[in-house]
Ligand binder design. Sequence first.
Ligand code: PEP
Length: 261
Amino acid sequence: MRRFFIAGNWKMNKAKDEACGLVEGILAGIEGCPHVDIAVCPPFTFLDTAAQKAVNTPLMIGAQNVYYRESGAYTGEISPPMLKSVGCGYVIIGHSERRIYFKETDSEINRKVHMCLKNGLIPILCVGETIGQKNDGRTFDVLNSQVIYGLEGIDDHLVRNIIIAYEPVWAIGTGVTASGDQVEEIHRFIRNTIREFACDEVSAGVRIIYGGSVNSGNAVDLLARDNVDGALVGGASLKAGPFCEIVKIAESLARTISIPG
Ligand code: PEP
């Protein structure tokens, strides 16, 4: 059974007092949602505080990026063991903003995935096509290559822990969302791509979540699909109310029986 995973990506937003308030608001708003895995991904500077507030609660903490080495002379970088030491469980890797603005390559992204797994962190591997690639009919080629390169060299038993976030670049922060039908087709394609190099059980168990202008108005249409296992939420995760509404929608749709992959 794949449990829903709802994660908030705060990006480069909030000051410390605001971040504390947001974690507290979310903790109050997610009570009574035992069938959903819930995480927030604050900026690095607030991870420690957020993790302390979340101790002994259902809220989990993720980072928005990581470096692919464990320590050393890499000024300005943050390593997987550092994230682990402050209570992080997840790391967003290969977000389109990092691929586009910081020129992250599939090879760097793959190294980050490996290093996170080695250090007991769960990667949230982001993949997604740009509007140009979509208009050129290249969506499936782009996704195939991002998934294959991103997961290259990873053993089956570790692939099952990874979360894939399908985030069409044209839907991020734009208010334009892919339709539930489009997302279901693409998630099925991603699962079949994983099936090419991992066994059936693993590909059926990997969680594939959707990100791109998710809000409480479109969450039902998206989360009701068989192959949509949750959401990565940007803008709507910056206030407790809208984020918790999405969590509650997931709880109301929660799967309590196994579904085919
Ligand atoms: C994101 O940046 O991961 C994201 C999905 O943003 P938004 O929800 O604002 O489109």
